[in-house]
Design a protein around this ligand. Structure first.
Ligand code: SF4
Length: 354
């Protein structure tokens, strides 16, 4: 059984699956029926206080208040971009900061969730990669990002992507809890087709273990040969492309998903040549996939600059004409530093100066 996360005084219930809630309650003298009443209040009705759980007897509510919390992290900064993208900097109990982003589009509204504080993967193009890895987020901290946006915009969130700060597959246990809650009909009831987990390519069991949830998988590729990929993504030295692509094929078989998404950030002069595109086609030809070509969201101090729109369109055409589905993704929220890790890096820098 998984360890229950406790803060100094009270257990935060947001990250507990129904079975964990029952087990936790049994230790506090509460019954499975109490868990059955409380669970939907937390996840479906988004209760922020135990007082509103009026079908729970007063004695039960007293025990809940004394032993548990359903607190969300405090919002330190909320920014809105001119394109509608919103980014929140959330302050955790231990005073660390994480980021979560809301991306409204014509037919869907996506929440981008962080899984770690900082990141150990050190991708050269990523601002989170410049922050040292501090710790994994708890399951409550992961899912509280969804609560945060749902509290502000009830019934509008359609998709969840694990593409924020951190490598989700290196925090698998807490990711699993969050996915269980997001997918449960008795909790957040998202379709597995509306949830995407993005990885830098952690092959050891993690991709295979994820398959049981049947969610969509996105793999950050960002290069079409090992030498280039290793130079911008150190993880490639441990898990070279051959292993990653094999794991992608196995994921397709085991997860019953229709395709893998490969993320490819277009970096001027580094990975955006015609030869890069043609080599990418060779690699991906035998995999049911889509390629997201991402325009680089520049950040202060970055040693890269993004390819221009014409180059991106040309790269896309080369893939499409050879049978690989590709789309150039619009860069969202540039005016609020919406790409991964940008706002929290600013905040941490500010804190370290203070
Ligand atoms: S791109 Fe993702 S895996 Fe790479 S450093 Fe940034 S947060 Fe970590």
């Amino acid at each position: 059984m998984r360890k229950i996360e406790r803060s100094a005084s009270r257990v935060n219930l947001l990250g507990l699956t129904f079975d964990q809630l029952k087990s936790e309650f049994s230790q506090a003298g509460l019954t499975p029926l109490d868990a059955k009443r409380v669970f939907p209040w937390i996840h479906m009705k988004l209760a922020k206080s135990f007082d509103v759980m009026t079908d729970a007897p007063l004695r039960v509510r007293k025990i809940l208040k004394e032993n548990y919390s359903i607190d969300r992290p405090e919002c330190a900064v909320l920014q809105k971009s001119s394109d509608g993208t919103q980014k929140a900097l959330l302050k955790l109990e231990d005073e660390n900061f994480i980021e979560t982003v809301l991306i409204p589009e014509e037919k869907r509204t996506t929440v981008c969730v962080s899984s770690q504080i900082g990141c150990a993967m050190g991708c050269k193009f990523c601002r989170t990669g410049t922050q040292k890895f501090t710790r994994n987020l708890t399951a409550a901290e992961i899912i509280s990002q969804v609560f945060f946006w749902k509290d502000l915009f009830p019934k509008t969130i359609t998709n969840i992507v694990f593409m924020g700060m951190g490598e989700p597959l290196l925090n698998f246990e807490n990711l699993s809890n969050a996915l269980t809650l997001l997918l449960s009909e008795k909790a957040h009831n998202f379709s597995r087709h509306k949830i995407t987990v993005s990885t830098s390519g952690i092959v050891e069991n993690a991709i295979a273990d994820l398959a049981k949830f049947g969610v969509k998988l996105a793999i950050s590729l960002h290069a079409s040969d090992d030498e280039k990929r290793s130079s911008i993504m150190p993880v490639n030295r441990k898990y070279p492309m051959e292993n990653v692509l094999r794991a992608a094929k196995e994921y397709l078989q085991n997860s019953n998903t229709s395709h893998i998404t490969f993320e490819y950030l277009l970096l001027r002069g580094a990975n955006d040549s015609d030869e890069d595109a043609i080599q990418l086609v060779k690699l991906l030809r035998s995999i049911k996939c889509r390629v997201n070509l991402i325009l680089f969201n520049n950040w202060p101090g970055s040693s890269f600059s993004g390819s221009d729109r014409n180059k991106a369109n040309n790269f896309s055409r080369l893939l499409l004409s050879r049978g690989i589905r590709a789309v150039v993704r619009k860069s969202r929220g540039e005016d609020i530093l919406a790409a991964c890790g940008q706002l929290s890096t600013e905040q941490n820098r500010f804190n370290s100066r203070a």
